[in-house]
Ligand binder design. Structure first.
Ligand code: BTN
Length: 220
């Protein structure tokens, strides 16, 4: 698959630009300097001022894509000297603070993988950015290339095993919001072969397919 990078200045959302591309060629990457309507998972806004990485990549849809891209972003940050870990399914954290997020949307069978990384600043006080975490600067484009390279590598390995190594959720007490008003609280025991989170809620082991996870403590 050939990678083709399209640069844009200020856009509404790189996700929308990717969606509107016709034909939507696999391997196309759209990267913008800023977004006016950046969006995150579960209807959240992704604040996108200049000085961050905002990219959408068109890839083949794959059930483990979300974990694959999480691993790739965490590893690219680690190569930049940042101790990045993953909160299930794919929030990228440094010492508990979010530094990057991933949004996957599917359009006509292709996946539009949105990646946002805080580089120069963290738009929210509970988040962090590359500049706060390391003195060694990395440019946006170097970071993007490193992420793209790491995504390719993940197709050659056992992604669940690679994910478990980077996952900060395992062994912790968590609360996961799974659907309107429903949540599961317990200890995160593991990740199954489908990438689902296994949580012991005190009565049974629950298999969580998707949801918003909060780390509550250190677990047992
Ligand atoms: C999240 O953690 O909630 C996911 C955030 C994803 C943000 C990226 S920035 C590039 C792409 N365009 C968007 O509008 N969102 C994603």
């Amino acid at each position: 698959m050939r990678t083709r990078i399209v640069h844009a200045a200020r856009v509404s959302s790189t996700q929308d630009m990717a969606r509107e591309m016709m034909p939507r060629e696999l391997g196309t990457v759209i990267v913008a300097d800023a977004q006016e309507k950046g969006r995150g998972r579960r209807g959240h806004v992704w604040l996108s001022p200049r000085g961050g990485l905002y990219a959408s990549i068109i890839l083949r849809s794959d059930p483990l894509l979300s974990l694959r891209v999480g691993v790739a972003v965490a590893r690219a940050l680690q190569q930049a000297g940042i101790v990045a870990r993953l909160k299930w399914p794919n929030d990228v954290l440094v010492a508990g603070k979010k530094i990057a997020g991933i949004l996957i949307e599917v359009a006509d069978g292709t996946a539009i993988v949105g990646i946002g990384v805080n580089i120069d600043s963290a738009p929210l006080s509970e988040a962090t950015c590359i500049v706060s975490e390391t003195r060694v600067p990395i440019t946006r484009d170097a970071l993007l290339h490193s992420i793209l390279q790491e995504i390719k590598i993940t197709y050659e390995e056992d992604i669940i095993e690679a994910y478990r190594v980077l996952c900060a959720t395992l062994g912790r007490r968590v609360r996961v919001s799974i659907a309107a008003g429903n949540e599961v609280t317990g200890i995160a025991l593991g990740i199954d072969r489908d990438g689902h989170l296994l949580v012991d809620d005190g009565e049974a082991t629950r298999t969580i397919v998707g949801g918003d996870c909060v780390h509550l403590g250190t677990g047992v």
